[in-house]
Design a protein around this ligand. Sequence first.
Ligand code: CO
Length: 226
Amino acid sequence: MHSFEKLLSDNKTWARQKKVSNPEFFTQLAKEQKPEFLWIGCSDSRVPAEIIVNAEPGEMFIHRNIANQMIATDFNCLSVLQYAVTVLQVKHIIVCGHYNCGGVKAALGRQSSQLVITNKWLMHIKDIYRLNKAEIDALPTEEQRVNRLVELNILEQVQTLAHTSIIQQAWHEDNRPTLHGWVYGLNDGLLKPLVTLYPDTEIEPIFKYDYHEAEMALPEKKLRSV
Ligand code: CO
């Protein structure tokens, strides 16, 4: 059997078992999704989102990319974010990174001429290193330097989320979602919370959308910015 054929055969077994334990499982799920969580994680195969938190289909809306980044000009993650917040009305957004992340490790190395596109994707992480160079360089081992940058990257992505109009508008109008930054340990399988931003978090003025002032200036028209 080829490796990909095993996937198809395991899928048949999985679907059969689900149906045996709950005959309505698929018919109910097919009707709608109402996940409470948006998960932004790393593409790394060792950090499978649903499996590590024992979530069932329908429980989490998921976006994964190299080194769990939320890039303010990336329409892929922005569209996932907008749909999750505006349509699905998720209550929590979790940015989950992991120690020993290959993307973060690569960002701490030289650029590769074989991976010009990947280099560009990692450029933001190089910036996080540059802004925290003294702290990171003071750590004695490469593993510690990578793992500290993994943590700083997660904190940065949570900040970037808070700087989007999508989040600020939802905070302003609906008092949700709460933003979480978690880190996963490949060695022990455990998640560690690093940061939580609640909807009343004060945003740095230069990143702040002026919803209150806009509503006062144009009371007849609710401004919506993207
Ligand atoms: Co990774």
